[in-house]
Design a protein around this ligand. Structure first.
Ligand code: GRF
Length: 195
């Protein structure tokens, strides 16, 4: 069974999708720890309910990014993850963290490769659609080898159509649904390759 550490900053619906998939046997994996940089992240409750170990680690104001990342990497190493999944983790990770887990960090981005990197990708895609610049958006899952933002080698991607009568809310819901299914499919594939 592969060992996952899931990193979140907010709602944690993707974390929930992973937990559900593990529970029903769709995913041969175990979530060994959940990490949040925000102590009020709603997703923490999802992990608490299942007694999953938590690493809750807001960055201290006095702390440099590199120092924070080094500490975080040490905390996570203790759980010996096969994969670290950034599932709504809203902090950029420096090489001080990434170099500790080469080839093992994957990120979920609510847009297609090379489009809308960074924050508010869904909003920006919706606006681009309204301005006639794009007809579809999507979801991608990629490796995070370095400090590039939403830009590593792509493991999986799926198109999400933008409909004429979409609102930002309906599009967001459809993108999140696609994220949940693509994430589970991709992790299941990684779990099979590991066997
Ligand atoms: C997802 O859309 C993810 O792609 C983005 O942040 C969102 C997190 O959603 N980076 P949730 O916390 O998993 O519900």
């Amino acid at each position: 069974m592969i060992r996952l550490v899931v990193m979140i900053s907010g709602n944690g619906s993707n974390l929930q999708a992973i937990l559900d998939a593990c529970r029903v046997g769709l995913l041969d994996a175990t979530v060994v720890a959940v990490v949040s940089n925000r102590s009020e992240a709603a997703g923490l409750e999802r992990a608490r309910k299942l007694d999953i170990p938590l690493i809750v680690k807001p960055r201290l104001i006095s702390q440099k990014n590199q120092e924070y990342d080094q500490e975080l990497a040490q905390d996570i190493k203790a759980f010996h993850p096969d994969w670290i999944v950034l599932a709504g983790w809203m902090r950029l990770l420096s090489s001080a963290f990434l170099d500790c887990f080469p080839g093992c960090v994957i990120n979920l981005h609510p847009a297609l490769p090379n489009t809308f990197p960074g924050l508010n990708a869904i909003e920006r895609a919706f606006k681009a659609f309204q301005q006639g610049e794009i007809k579809k958006t999507g979801v991608m899952i990629h490796l995070v080898p370095d400090e590039g933002v939403d830009s590593g080698p792509v493991l999986a991607q799926i198109d999400v159509e933008i409909k004429k009568n979409d609102t930002l809310e309906t599009l967001t819901t459809r993108i999140h649904d696609s994220e949940h299914s693509l994430l589970i499919k991709t992790l299941a594939q990684l779990a099979t390759e590991k066997r």
